[in-house]
Design a binder for this molecule. Structure first.
Ligand SMILES: Cc1cc2nc3c(=O)[nH]c(=O)nc-3n(C[C@H](O)[C@H](O)[C@H](O)COP(=O)(O)O)c2cc1C
Length: 310
């Protein structure tokens, strides 16, 4: 069999393969150049950007958990102008770079989008409507359907390019939030962001993180993320990018079977910075083994049991 076709499309962006690096876990891309050839990735989502540079929380702001990590970095970033003028031009041509926008007010989110709109080298804008540990803004943008609707509407008005909304898992109905994004004209949804969590140091009797709460990522959240991608795929026609606990090609394929057109790889890169390309190669090997000519054939191909008789 010939090499399987790994090309896919997400939210109107053509990708050479379905594997991207997740926002906040790959810096602005260049940080990964010693470890992998960025041009071999499907793409990358850069660290979320605010209008002005932001310094984030003081330590302790990251800790290990039994099956992942808990972080409360709080969106430290260089700001949108430094990204456009310094970070983006440092990347090799031809990489699908998705810029991520975050702010503390809706108008400011829209302004970040306006500045990114049409910038050379920005393939799409992902709205981080879901940071689980930022006090002002952050989580509530992704938790209240009405607030999410006005956020998506404002950002939609600020960019003609592909607009992706990254959803929070810290909600009762993820399907409802995806429907809001679809109704307001988003081109795709990415899910999930980190799950709100807490770790306690029982000797000091204090929370491990200075921020008290953090975002849980890594293998612990994989089944939650798969469940949400499946539910969203049943609820909307929007393309989905699956994120959460992916450490292997099998994990990535599970997301694709549940309806994701592409995936993002985050926490695993901290222990294995080359993981994203290993996952891409593993997807190719799986297609070959299964006689699948193109990875696109696997999107949403989950086989469900027949409904139980009453
Ligand atoms: C240290 C760290 C920083 C992160 N920063 C961001 C960020 O700036 N913007 C964002 O949308 N998500 C951010 N995330 C969330 C990841 O993009 C991803 O949604 C989450 O970690 C789940 O994927 P994973 O289990 O593969 O890591 C961050 C995650 C980690 C671990």
């Amino acid at each position: 069999m010939e090499s399987p076709d790994l090309k896919t499309e997400f939210a109107g962006v053509s990708l050479a393969n379905p594997v991207l690096l997740a926002s906040g876990t790959c810096g602005y891309g260049s940080e990964f150049e010693p470890f992998l050839d960025l041009r071999e990735l499907g793409g990358l989502v850069a660290k979320s950007l605010t209008l002005e540079p932001r310094f984030g929380n003081k330590p302790t702001r990251i800790t290990e958990t039994p099956a992942g990590m808990l972080n409360a970095i709080s969106l430290e970033n260089v700001g949108v102008e430094a990204f456009l003028n310094e970070k983006l031009p440092a990347l090799p041509d031809g990489i699908a770079v998705i810029a991520s926008a975050f702010e503390t007010e809706i108008d400011r989110y829209a302004e970040v989008c306006r500045r990114l709109d049409g910038a050379k080298g920005v393939a799409a804008i992902e709205i981080n409507a879901s940071c689980p540990h930022v006090k002002a803004g952050g989580i509530e943008f992704g938790q209240d359907p009405k607030v999410l609707a006005s956020l998506v509407r404002s950002c939609r008005g600020a960019t003609r390019g592909p607009l992706i909304i990254k959803l929070s898992p810290n909600v009762t109905s993820i399907a409802e939030m995806a429907r809001v994004c679809e109704a307001e004209g988003a081109d795709g949804v990415a899910l999930i962001n980190a799950v709100q969590g807490l770790m306690v140091d029982v000797r000091s009797r204090k929370p491990v993180l200075r921020n008290i709460l953090g975002g849980l990522s890594g293998p612990a959240i994989l089944p939650i993320a798969l469940r949400m991608v499946y539910q969203v795929s049943q609820a909307v026609g929007l393309p989905i990018c699956g994120i959460g606990g992916i450490s292997s090609a099998e994990d990535a394929i599970a997301f694709i079977l549940c309806g994701a057109s592409a995936v993002q790889v985050g926490t695993i890169s901290y222990t294995n910075p080359g993981a994203a390309l290993e996952i891409r190669d593993g997807i190719s090997a799986y297609c070959q083994e299964q006689g699948v000519a193109a990875v696109r054939e696997l999107i949403g191909a989950l086989e469900l049991p027949p409904p139980a008789r009453p």
